[in-house]
Design a binder for this molecule. Structure first.
Ligand code: ZN
Length: 173
């Protein structure tokens, strides 16, 4: 297993629209494992393949506090959605930035698991929010896209500043 590099906003590769998975190969299973490891190592509650520069419709999530409720969604499709809820969201690809986003409260989703078996389920609360957030990634969309252009500009500046502050002399390990 290996942890993968997570792309960060405004990296243009985060704008790629993912293609459906057509073959459930051992390579795909390995990718799922690496994404799971990457998500847990980064303390994320979800990770979409787009974020690790793989442009296939695949995402993993675990919204539990105990970090033992892992879910894998391949080629996810929202069949129904209703209601609305607001939550302060963050994203591993937009570090240190949090903003309120409105999402559907209840969704019904159909997807495949890593074995290629189709399933359907109804989600609500944080699980529903997280799935919608990760599905946006697969469409090349980020949660900061829901903000006003001015706010998004502020986010971009803040991230640039953070990056500069992170730069240390190469010899210091
Ligand atoms: Zn995200």
């Amino acid at each position: 297993m290996a942890t993968l590099e997570i792309l960060e906003f405004p990296d243009p590769r985060l704008r790629t629209v993912a293609k459906p998975v057509t073959d459930f190969t051992s390579e795909l299973k390995q990718l799922v494992k690496d994404m799971i490891e990457t998500m847990y190592a980064a303390n994320g509650i979800g990770l979409a393949a787009t974020q690790v520069n793989v442009h296939q419709q695949l995402l993993v999530l675990d919204v539990s506090d105990s970090r033992d409720q892992l879910r894998v969604y391949i080629n996810p499709e929202i069949l129904e959605s209703s209601g609305s809820q607001n939550c302060e969201e963050g994203c591993l690809s937009v570090p240190g930035i949090y903003a309120d986003v409105q999402r559907a409260e209840h969704i019904r989703v159909r997807a495949f698991d890593a074995e290629g078996k189709v399933f359907e389920e109804s989600l609500e609360g944080m699980h529903a929010i997280c799935l919608q957030h990760e599905m946006d990634h697969l469409q090349g969309k980020l949660f900061v896209d829901y903000l006003s252009p001015l706010k998004r500009q502020m986010v971009r500046k803040k991230l640039e500043k953070q990056k500069k502050a992170d730069k240390r002399p190469a010899a210091v390990l």
